[in-house]
Design a protein around this ligand. Structure first.
Ligand code: GAR
Length: 190
């Protein structure tokens, strides 16, 4: 059994979708959900779905081994599903090509610090982009720069608002993220 720990900061629609997708799998299971926000909706979703969960603050993430220890004990893969803090180098080095992030844009465009959620869709509309999309990629020590695993684009129409774009991206995320995670894990085997 390959074990996934999900890190998420917010609403958790991706986390919920991933948990449900693997609920009846005999090869992949979501063992834990961790958030950097005590009140994050994602933690309530995890509890409702019967997945163990917890939260941590910046100090314990950066300066203690608390999170690292949980990950070493519980994770073969770490999935970032709307997680907004940079991952400490120690964790990246301990999980080479085992940390996967989803980004709601077509990287390398609209990546980097501060580029997340609606900030991205606002910028996409403001710049009159003709398309946007999702990027699923491995995580390295720089924000949004790890090797790309999968991208899918969607048309942005001149009449689209940032919220319209967000809705289209949401559909792409729900359709693709669990399947891509599954493919990566199955391909890596062992
Ligand atoms: C998702 O759209 C995800 O792609 C984005 O945050 C949202 C989380 O939604 N991630 C980033 O912007 C990372 N830079 P969710 O909490 O409902 O899954």
């Amino acid at each position: 059994m390959k074990r996934i720990v999900i890190l998420a900061s917010g609403t958790g629609t991706n986390a919920e979708n991933i948990i449900k997708y693997f609920e009846n799998s005999s090869i992949i299971s979501v063992t834990y959900v961790l958030s950097n926000k005590k009140e994050a909706k994602v933690l309530k979703k995890a509890t409702r779905l019967g997945v163990a969960n917890g939260y941590f603050d910046k100090n314990s993430f950066r300066n203690t081994n608390n999170v690292f220890t949980i990950l070493k004990e519980r994770a073969d893969y770490i999935i970032l599903a709307g997680f907004l803090w940079k991952i400490p180098l120690k964790i990246i080095e301990a999980f080479p090509n085992k940390i996967i992030n989803i980004h709601p844009a077509l990287l390398p465009k609209y990546g980097g610090k501060g580029m997340y959620g609606m900030h991205i869709h606002d910028a996409v509309v403001k710049n009159r982009e003709k398309k946007s999309g999702i990027t699923i990629h491995y995580v390295n020590e720089n924000y949004d720069e790890g090797a790309i695993i999968f991208q899918k684009s969607v048309e942005v129409l001149v009449c689209d608002t940032a919220q319209n774009v967000a809705n289209k991206i949401h559909v792409l995320e729900q359709e693709n993220f669990p399947k891509v995670i599954e493919k990566v894990i199955l391909k890596n085997g062992e």
